[in-house]
Design a protein. Structure first.
Length: 428
């Protein structure tokens, strides 16, 4: 039996589904609690130091199962295993296995070895796509589909290319077959995943081709993707988004900073003016599109003027939502060699200002929908109030309303109230 805990982004969740599928195919059973498991795996993230700190604390807690049941195997998989390959066993001596993002197919063989030694699969493989590895997803309205692995961008703050390797894409035919199987199983929405998802290219087909091919699959009602890079948002991709009704009018478009000087130090390969022209072009081609973004506060060298420019960009673009972070140095990145010269207190103050601004804008954007009818893909019962259901609008906003409504159905909801995070109303 195997128990897996997942930390980090949605790509890690998708990797856990693949790890689970591979082990189930080899006769393992999945359990819901570590005390039931013969194998305990922690699938990890290395984007921020705080995530690694949490994992080390959790490994110490899980080690009790090895003390009470010595046959239990405890493994660390994913980005943290790759990033801390030389030090993790020293910091967590209870660990039996270290498996990086390109080593998942070797997990069954590593688990078969019961000699008490540390077993590893940490080689980055430029050809590994896992196109032939089964995926074990829980039934649901939405499915996440990894279409490419790795990243070629090498942004100076990011560890991903070093722990997930270079870009490689799954074959278009394999992805279309997978989405067809999902449709046959009742999935209504697919979300394509990739570190730079719109850089997808399998040799002959690009990301626009994938969107159009998925548009033609009966049973799939909605298509989304994350996270694109602004410089890969080509005219072909924009045209495909505009031409395909199933591609939802919602886009996560990371900006990171609105200072050209900071963007240059980040190696983001676009200017603020280019980013804003892209936003304008997308709004012209896709009416009603909602944007979200990522922003890093306090990157090395960020001045008060740089921060003010970022604050002003948020006011101009009016994102529906934003993921806002204080910069933290990551060993192994280029920026880690630079002076982290923005004091932590200043980073915190700047972050609080952005959070307050975005909360206000999100509230204003959402309240503008009061009185409108919204098409909601129902996901299931809401936690509260009792008898209500919850789902997502085309703009990926959470909507709640009194039922009844069946999960997987699309209903029209007349919006009656809104907060910065949720819309609510009645079936129209």
């Amino acid at each position: 039996t195997v128990y897996i805990e997942t930390y980090g982004c949605q790509m890690n969740v998708a990797d856990t589904e693949m790890i689970t599928g591979s082990l189930l195919a080899r006769g393992y059973g999945r359990v819901e609690r570590p005390e039931q498991a013969d194998v305990i795996l922690v699938n990890t993230c290395a984007i921020r130091e705080n995530a690694e700190t949490k994992v080390f604390a959790r490994l110490r807690e899980l080690a009790v199962h090895k003390r009470t049941r010595p046959s239990v195997r405890l493994g660390v998989t994913g980005c943290m295993a790759q990033h801390l390959r030389d030090s993790l066993r020293t910091q967590a001596p209870q660990v039996d296995l270290l498996v990086g993002p390109d080593g998942y197919r070797y997990l069954p063989e590593l688990l078969d070895a019961e000699d008490g030694a540390l077993h590893t699969a940490l080689r980055l493989d430029p050809n590994e796509t896992y196109a032939d590895v089964p995926v074990a997803r829980d039934p649901g309205v939405r499915a996440w589909v990894t279409i490419m692995r790795g990243c070629d961008r090498f942004c100076t703050f990011c560890i991903v290319p070093y722990v997930r390797g270079r870009e490689r894409s799954l074959p278009l035919a394999a992805l279309v077959d997978e989405v067809r199987r999902l449709a046959d199983a009742g999935t209504k929405e697919v979300v394509f995943l990739g570190q730079t998802v719109n850089a997808y290219r399998d040799g002959t087909a690009d990301f626009a081709d994938l969107l159009r091919a998925t548009q033609a699959i009966d049973g799939i009602d909605r298509i989304r993707f994350t996270s694109p890079h602004p410089t890969d948002m080509s005219a072909r991709v924009i045209d495909a988004m505009a031409d395909c009704p199933k591609v939802m009018p919602q886009l996560h478009l990371p900006v990171q900073s609105a200072s050209d000087a900071v963007l240059d130090r980040m190696a983001r390969d676009y200017t603020v003016a280019q980013y804003e022209r892209l936003v304008d072009r997308l709004r012209q081609r896709i009416p009603g599109i909602a944007f979200s973004t990522d922003i890093i506060v306090g990157f090395p060298g960020e001045t008060a003027a740089d921060f003010a420019a970022t604050y002003a960009l948020i006011e101009r673009v009016r994102y529906a939502t934003a993921f806002l972070f204080k910069y933290s140095s990551r060993e192994g990145t280029r920026a880690a060699k630079w002076d982290d010269d923005v004091p932590d207190a200043e980073k915190g103050a700047r972050l609080e200002r952005l959070i307050a601004l975005q909360e206000r804008i999100s509230g204003e954007v959402n309240r503008a929908e009061v009185g409108t009818d919204v098409a909601v893909l129902v996901e299931g019962p809401a936690r509260r109030p009792e008898g209500w259901v919850t789902g997502k609008s085309p703009q990926f906003k959470r909507v709640m309303c009194p039922g009844p409504a069946v999960a997987g159905s699309t209903v029209r909801v007349r919006i009656e109230a809104a907060t910065s995070h949720t819309l609510s109303g009645r079936l129209a």
